[in-house]
Design a protein around this ligand. Structure first.
Ligand code: HGY
Ligand code: MN
Ligand code: MN
Length: 408
């Protein structure tokens, strides 16, 4: 029976990291923000205290390296992201980074060296809230980042390149490639769904990660006086967008396992007595199968164009992000299964509806994910929560995996 010391260490660190926010109320830590900088500085200190050499790469990813006993320059990469959505929970992303730090700390405390290096990574841009696309850090490390992603601008008009320079990073044109040929990438992450809780399991092993696509839509109508413009003569961009948004919901509902979400809507000029001349909204569509997802996206695009034409408006649709569905490595799943069993639990396999950095890292090396039960499956919300016992369970499984990982 564990004394929960590992879990307690992890929970304490999660609490400490959650204090780095750009909002006085709630947790919001966006890519390259002041709170990202403060969180990365604190994390760098914890990594050094755990015996790691620490560096920050060209895209703001913090990388701690714990050398192994053999000088073979082969590393197991373990980590996740430290950026959050707005008004976020404390565990999405941070859990995977801090569990990796706590695992290395537990090894270092015993002077234990594994037969391979461990690299702990803290990506800064997995949520993709500040800029239109996402996975910049993990794509940079994997060497697959499109340089055009550095020219995207946030709502204030600041480009990624400018924000990186202000953050103290010098973005290499093709993104930073990992310094080693990694053996695998393993990510511990809250499930962000209800399956583990319903099955009464503390941890689960991810089989595959849904593919995602993001679009931004700008509906161009004609602004007008709310009092003098007859209804029949209006070219109202917001009511047109409303019909389009309902079409997004209807079309996604028609295809099994596909989900689509409109998360941001902006009506301009945004005055109570002005008919909105332009309305912008985002679409996030996902599925375990890329073809099904793409069929739904093209159905949505056709519906948007049809509604705009019928109403005499224009709609501009821009693709802002795409990440294919990702299969986790079969060998790593077997190794995680064995680690879960050796830690006293019954393995449970499940897919991930949420996106993760592992999707980008799959271009560099085999990937695997260990899910941790979260209360009510709630995530992207301050009520996100895990228990001390489940934090401890995830730590023991991760340590068991690291110690038993066979690099052959
Ligand atoms: O949106 C997602 O699926 C992830 O939480 N970034
Ligand atoms: Mn996440
Ligand atoms: Mn998230």
């Amino acid at each position: 029976m564990s004394d929960l010391a590992l879990g307690r260490r992890l929970m304490d660190r999660l609490e400490a990291l959650s204090r780095f926010s750009d909002d006085a109320e709630g947790l919001t830590r966006l890519y390259l923000s002041p709170s990202h900088r403060r969180a990365a500085d604190a994390l760098a200190g914890w990594m050094r205290d755990a015996g790691m050499d620490v560096r920050m790469d060209a895209l703001g990813t913090l990388i701690g390296r714990y050398a192994g006993s053999a000088n073979n320059n082969r590393a197991l990469i373990v980590g996740s992201h430290i950026d959050t959505v707005r008004n976020a929970g404390k565990y999405d992303g941070a859990l995977g980074v801090l569990a990796a730090v706590a695992a290395v700390e537990a090894l270092a405390r015993r002077g234990e060296r594994l037969p391979l290096d461990i690299e702990v990574v803290a990506f800064g841009d997995e949520e993709g809230v500040r800029f239109p696309s996402t996975l910049r850090g993990s794509r940079g490390l994997a060497g697959t980042l499109d340089p055009a992603a550095l020219d995207e601008r946030d709502a204030a008009g600041v480009s990624v390149r400018e924000a990186l320079a202000a953050f103290g990073c010098d973005p290499a044109p093709d993104g930073a490639r990992s310094s080693t040929s990694p053996l695998a990438f393993v990510e511990v992450h809250i499930e962000q769904g209800p399956v583990l809780e319903r099955a009464g399991r503390p941890v689960g092993i991810v089989t595959a990660i849904n593919g995602a696509r993001r679009l931004s839509v700008a509906v161009q109508g004609h602004a007008g006086h709310a009092g003098t413009s007859p209804m029949a003569m209006r070219r109202d961009s917001l009511t047109a967008a409303a019909e389009m948004i309902l079409a997004v919901e209807r079309i996604a509902k028609e295809t099994r396992d596909v989900v689509a979400t409109v998360g941001v809507v902006e009506a301009l000029p945004g005055a109570v007595n002005v008919i909105p001349g332009e309305t912008r909204f985002t679409i996030d569509a996902r599925a375990p199968d890329d073809a099904a997802r793409d069929a739904v996206v093209s159905g949505i695009e056709t519906a948007i164009e049809g509604i705009a034409a019928r109403r005499g408006l224009k709609a501009r649709i821009e693709a802002t992000h795409s990440a294919p569905a990702t299969t986790c490595d079969a060998g790593l799943i077997v190794a995680l299964d064995a680690s879960v069993r050796a830690s006293g639990y019954e393995p449970l396999h499940l897919p991930s509806g949420a996106g993760h950095d592992a999707m980008a890292m799959a271009a560099l090396c085999p990937v695997a994910m260990l899910f941790v039960r979260c209360a009510g499956g709630i995530s992207h919300h301050p009520a996100e929560a895990i228990t001390l016992e489940d934090a401890d369970a995830s730590m023991r499984v991760l340590l068991q995996f690291l110690r038993s990982y066979n690099a052959s």
